[in-house]
Write a protein that binds this ligand. Structure first.
Ligand SMILES: Nc1ncnc2c1ncn2[C@@H]1O[C@H](COP(=O)(O)OP(=O)(O)OP(=O)(O)O)[C@@H](O)[C@H]1O
Length: 228
């Protein structure tokens, strides 16, 4: 259960959003510049809203009025940023183990071998990030985030900038994770096809405001004709 009701402003852009969702796979869908990444960063604890509250499964991450603002590491979130942020000097295995070393003791989302299998990383373990294709690098970043045993996974445009085959490849693996793991996921995207494939519920965002929150079927009916 995610409960967000926040407002913040910076450089002429105002974000004022409220979302309450019980979906295990929620997407935030909107055009470029609508505030998706800003909202994800507020959730992750990288930007402090001027007003409001953020709670996840009843745990308060941020509450301006109550003076609560958990630092990013204490929020227990697995974040895959648009720029991935893999460690260039570490092998794929060590990038993944970094995630595992920072695992939360309380929860068990997925074991190392299961993540390797689910994301098809077995053949890549000795490689360095610089030698990976775009799709492979994303799979590693997702694996590292999962191995931190997060309470929720935040994915910022996980398929953007990939060519057609690589998009299909990463989408296939993300769909597998959704089937196999119970971890709640927030997907940020401006592409209707990936939202349709991965989300159970979709919050539509425009100009920093949530226009509506739709079940996946209603989203499909409304956006099916939009090309990816
Ligand atoms: N660090 C920043 N400082 C000031 N303004 C910013 C900063 N980052 C983003 N913005 C502005 O905030 C607004 C929302 O940006 P944001 O990146 O959240 O949108 P988005 O929906 O994620 O877009 P995209 O899909 O292009 O990443 C934009 O007007 C952007 O120019």
């Amino acid at each position: 259960m995610i409960d967000i009701d926040i407002a913040l402003a910076r450089d002429g852009f105002a974000l004022e959003t409220a979302i309450a969702s019980r979906a295990r796979a929620l997407a935030l869908f909107g055009p470029s510049g609508s505030g998706k990444t800003t909202l994800l960063h507020a959730l992750a604890g990288l930007i402090a809203p001027a007003r409001g509250r953020i709670a996840l499964d009843g745990h308060v991450l941020f509450d301006r009025a109550a003076g609560i603002d958990l630092p990013p590491a204490a929020r227990g979130l697995g974040v895959v940023f648009q720029d991935l942020r893999l460690f260039p000097h570490l092998s794929v295995r060590d990038n993944l183990l970094y995630g595992a070393r920072h695992a939360r003791a309380r929860s068990r989302v997925a074991e190392f071998d299961a993540v390797i299998a689910l994301l098809g990383l077995g053949a890549l373990l000795a490689r360095r990030p610089e030698s990976l294709s775009g799709g492979e690098a994303r799979r590693v970043a997702i694996g590292r985030a999962l191995l931190a045993q997060p309470v929720a996974l935040l994915l910022d445009e996980p398929l953007s900038g990939l060519h057609r085959e690589a998009r299909a490849e990463v989408l296939h693996y993300l769909a597998g994770l959704k089937r196999e793991l119970r971890v709640p996921t927030l997907l940020v995207s401006h592409q209707a096809d990936e939202v349709t494939a991965l989300a159970e519920e979709v919050a539509l965002i425009e100009d920093g405001r949530i226009l509506a929150t739709l079940p996946a079927a209603a989203f499909r009916a409304r956006f099916a004709a939009v090309p990816g």
